[in-house]
Design a protein around this ligand. Sequence first.
Ligand SMILES: Nc1ncnc2c1ncn2[C@@H]1O[C@H](COP(=O)(O)OP(=O)(O)O)[C@@H](O)[C@H]1O
Ligand SMILES: [Mg+2]
Length: 264
Amino acid sequence: MDNNLILIKNLEMTYNSEASFLSPKKEALHVLKNINLDIKKGEIISLVGESGCGKSTLANCILKLIKPQKGEIFFDGSDILKFNKKETFEYRKKIQMIFQNPYSSLNPKMKIKDTLAEPLLIHKVNSSEVREKRIDEIIELVGISQSDLKKYPHEFSGGQRQRIAIARALILKPQFIVADEPVSALDVSICASIINTLLDLRQKLNLTILFISHDLNLVRYLSDRIAVMNKGEIVEFKTTNELFEKPKDDYTKYLLSSIRTIKT
Ligand SMILES: Nc1ncnc2c1ncn2[C@@H]1O[C@H](COP(=O)(O)OP(=O)(O)O)[C@@H](O)[C@H]1O
Ligand SMILES: [Mg+2]
């Protein structure tokens, strides 16, 4: 119990869409249904499920970007939904996000160096020496060169941009990373090298990771445990081996059978 970094209890989230010309009735969309999840320190947990099942909504709740109607989300023992402004600011330093699309997550008008310095400035790392040292450390870890710091995002390939986005996410030394389909937009050949960089960083920086994906082959390769989500519910949550060897839920079996047919 004590080594949980994240503990989610009975989480419920409903989107209430406003009436519009195309859908004149106000509609409520119940997207997360009684979600329970625990993530131990140092684990990589994957969340899998088809598009639209609620994966990003759950990630956004953990990141405090949206507010669920019910339930609790504990980070290192404290309920983040009860945090005041200051506590939320501190929390944002400890958790970071890597998005699917490295094209849209970097500011096109900022040099890489400034993109990496920005989170440090927001969090009042006011000494330029300290900032530079931190930037040097992180680019070395993710595989960006010194000369790249003067460049702009458009000068890089998709894979390199994702490395920059990872460097930015890690610059504040977070404990926890949510990676929401971080390689889905990249070529298969680049995907493997980015994933291996992430695994390497996890070791070196002692990270805990929630990895969101619909690629079961990838998830099998990197996860300690896997949560399968279907229509807003977690239908199965177990170790990677158990899930692949002894899937219990019908939906999990269906997902596994679909990768097996794609492979052949
Ligand atoms: N801001 C929003 N307002 C209303 N509905 C939303 C919003 N964001 C997502 N949805 C809906 O919630 C459901 C789950 O979406 P999402 O969490 O993005 O799924 P996933 O990441 O698994 O593809 C989808 O039906 C989606 O259309
Ligand atoms: Mg999503």
